[in-house]
Ligand binder design. Sequence first.
Ligand SMILES: Nc1ncnc2c1ncn2[C@@H]1O[C@H](COP(=O)(O)OP(=O)(O)OP(=O)(O)O)[C@@H](O)[C@H]1O
Ligand SMILES: [Mg+2]
Length: 347
Amino acid sequence: MKHLPILDACALSIFMQSAVDARGIVKVYEGKVRALAGVDLQVGSENVFALLGPNGSGKTTLMRILTTQMPPTEGRALVMGHDTVRGGAGIRRIVGYVPQEMSVWTDITGYENMLIYAKIYGIPCESRRRLINEALDGIGLSEVADKLVRSYSGGMIRRLEIASALLISPKILFLDEPTIGLDPMARKVVWEKLSSFKREFGTTVFFNTHYMDEADLYADEIGIISRGRIIRTGTVAELKRSVGGDVLLLELEPGGIGSPLLERLRAVESVKGVALGESELRVIADDAETALPGVMRLLDGSGILVRKVSMSAPTLDDVFLKYAGTRLESNSRIADIAKVRQTIRRG
Ligand SMILES: Nc1ncnc2c1ncn2[C@@H]1O[C@H](COP(=O)(O)OP(=O)(O)OP(=O)(O)O)[C@@H](O)[C@H]1O
Ligand SMILES: [Mg+2]
């Protein structure tokens, strides 16, 4: 038997630890839309990984490539050691995928939906009932299994979609915006079920999200994606620490700040980022004492009244602001997606 050189064996063991290993992934749609512009990403096995990014940044595109639904234009990705192009069949046997769009039928029962998926996945006849019941039980839907899905709440529908993806006991579970549009209680239940599944089976979880609090609470590691590139990865604590400097919070009288003023604020000495909320302005600065007089002068000169100034600990919002240059949360977009899911549910 031929032995691997020591270096290759080490390289192999590092490589084996990655659940996802993407190098230089580019995706160009229709020869013109550059959705991914060179994604490099490694996700550790058995981690919960959150991909955070604004609308149109390429999250779904990357997930579709990793789940073998389409090839990249350039680059190469391995999922659990399988190449997404040449080893697609191997990946599909071990991957669970819950798409952003609705993936269940509303005019049949939860159990019947699961039965369809069990057949699609090729689960043998004799084990279907047991596996479906276990999955429904695990996700807390046993009691409504025989009810029409159209009578389910949004959270129950999402849990049914997750249960169908869990039927094959995946080694890695991809969730595209798993709790978009759900109320806080329903989001919590979804995550409790996912966390207990992960604890029991050690599954790697890779999810796309707009919700920073969700990434903050449930992810071991976060990747920030902006305009088709991963601009930063790390644990929540690492990312927050990396913001460095100071975060100034200025409470303002509502209204009055337009884009030109924001641009001028960004140019103030020591300022690294500026974000405007409903009645507050967050300013990330290398040094608050240097930045504050310039910021106050500009606001004063524009007739904007500052009610209160305080310092704040960096949040993931600040992390995003620092690396992507914009704020992440886009409530109108979240409302849009939630509405689409609602419409499909009714239809
Ligand atoms: N099938 C397609 N054909 C052409 N362009 C596409 C296609 N799918 C996505 N795009 C474009 O590629 C870019 C990335 O889209 P993608 O859906 O991957 O982003 P996203 O981060 O998932 O966005 P969202 O937060 O809205 O779900 C966008 O500019 C989008 O319009
Ligand atoms: Mg998407």
